[in-house]
Ligand binder design. Sequence first.
Ligand SMILES: Nc1nc2c(ncn2[C@@H]2O[C@H](COP(=O)(O)OP(=O)(O)OP(=O)(O)O)[C@@H](O)[C@H]2O)c(=O)[nH]1
Length: 354
Amino acid sequence: MAKQYDVLFRLLLLGDSGVGKTCLLCRLTDNEFLSPHISTIGVDFKMKTLEVNGFKVRIQIWDTAGQERYQTITKQYYRRAQGIFIVYDITSSVSFQHIMKWISDVDEYAPHLVQKILIGNKNDEEHQRQVTTEQGNKLAKSYGMDFFETSAFTNYNITEAFTRMTELVLKANRKELDSTLPSDNDDLNTTETEQEPEYNTCSCTTTRDYSQLNQLQSRYPHRLVVLAFPCNQFGYQENCRNGEILNSLKHVRPGGGYEPSFTVFEKCDVNGANTHPVFAYLKDKLPYPDDDPVSLMQDPKFLVWSPISRTDISWNFEKFLIGPEGEPFKRYSKNFETINIEPDIQRLLRLTKN
Ligand SMILES: Nc1nc2c(ncn2[C@@H]2O[C@H](COP(=O)(O)OP(=O)(O)OP(=O)(O)O)[C@@H](O)[C@H]2O)c(=O)[nH]1
């Protein structure tokens, strides 16, 4: 399978509500401008691939809600960001004054290597300007940041700002990348080594995942809800009738008297024309597993649904973790051991009160 990109980075947009973070993102990824202000709830993200310094860089850009009440949620995203845009609105001196507070939050919660760029958005609104370009430049310089004035309305300087950020993140992570990427002399677009497909979910994997789901549920009985959706679209492995599923778990696989300590729903489709709305929503929000964004099913005989989409679930035991406010947080491939989700669960739980 041809490589889609060489490296994936996570970027974050921060700033007061209404400065234009969502519009900047929509302009970059969809070349659209949204006129009415619909406040972001929690976080959302979009993806874009940029070619920078010969690297194909896939950027996952997280758009955070500027409103105060979401800040406990949005702060959890700082930690995983490699680059952060701090945005103000040139027609709002208040949003400019708040930049210092955003920067101090970044210094507190983001990783040490994080790259920062200051953005003064809405520069098409010259007649309403309250913050001069000079003031923006000066503030950015005092924090050692690059500075761009942009307009999501006229599409001014947006690709430039994101490209610059990608360059900075590449540079900051160069050492790490050099050890994982081919050398400059290698062709970065070479084909990946085909891996042997592992289509038979062997009984030991099934046993492992089921027992780890029980472990997780029992460790957090009041604060975690595990929901399982049986599906017969993967090698027709779930071919029991709904009424037989619990008995099959108990006596066949995993067997040995196994009883799930979590809710098991009726069977549903997770891919194709009859995709259950829960999975349509989750796949829209999290199009690829975080630990394996490129692998798709390699043997076409297992593609038994239609239409086929790049975001489809590829096999049993893909997992989705949903945050305390109902926001899809992370998607894990079938190869990601269920128990290893625990650190992410703990991270989310730390952010909420009982
Ligand atoms: N003139 C002009 N208006 C813009 C620009 N960018 C955004 N806007 C407008 O500003 C308003 C707020 O934009 P959003 O992108 O929703 O703001 P946000 O920062 O994401 O807001 P929250 O989600 O509440 O944090 C909308 O009415 C946009 O149309 C711009 O570059 N120029």
